[in-house]
Design a protein around this ligand. Structure first.
Ligand code: IDP
Ligand code: MG
Length: 152
């Protein structure tokens, strides 16, 4: 498994308004993942509809787009071994009521329609989402602590 695997993590508008941005960054950072892109954005509805195109037609789709367009988001790309799957574990289940305590959604929210964060669900969707949100590219650098995070 590559230590260069990447996932797209986004703090949703409720996470920004409720001041959970630092907490979410901190969890990924202290776990050992490498931050390779970070920005704030106020995405257009068209951009959000593209991001969630797989959910178009679901009964909650319009509400989801309204929610996501209701304020700024914080966009990030985190890199590390198995980060897509592990990142989903760190977020918790889609429904906060089904998220274990200790996960971000388990600890910081109650309602599925206000679940504070997004994380890519597969390596392929991560690549699509990273290209959609960071067309300008990512930040390439070496972290000298890599051998303190990985044995090999
Ligand atoms: P995920 O964010 O855990 O990948 P998805 O099924 O991809 O979950 O749904 C995307 C987002 O749509 C969820 O994070 C949540 O904000 C919203 N959502 C999903 N299901 C529902 C629902 O039943 N009611 C309201 N919002 C929902
Ligand atoms: Mg999803």
């Amino acid at each position: 498994m590559s230590v260069k695997e990447q996932t797209y993590i986004m703090v949703k508008p409720d996470g920004v308004m409720r001041s959970i941005v630092g907490e979410i960054i901190k969890r990924f950072e202290t776990k050992g993942y490498k931050l390779v892109a970070l920005k704030m954005a106020v995405p257009s509805r068209e951009h959000l509809e593209k991001h969630y195109e797989d959910l178009n037609g679901r009964p909650f789709f319009a509400g989801l787009i309204n929610y996501m367009a209701s304020g700024p988001v914080v966009c990030m790309v985190w890199e590390g071994r198995n980060v897509v799957l592990e990142g989903r574990k760190m977020l918790g289940a889609t429904k906060p009521s089904e998220s274990a305590l200790g996960t971000i959604r388990g600890d910081f929210c109650i309602d599925v329609g206000r679940n504070v964060c997004h994380g890519s669900d597969a390596v392929e969707s991560a690549q699509k989402e990273i290209a959609l949100w960071f067309p300008e590219g990512l930040c390439e650098y070496e972290k000298p602590t890599v051998s303190w995070v990985y044995e090999n």
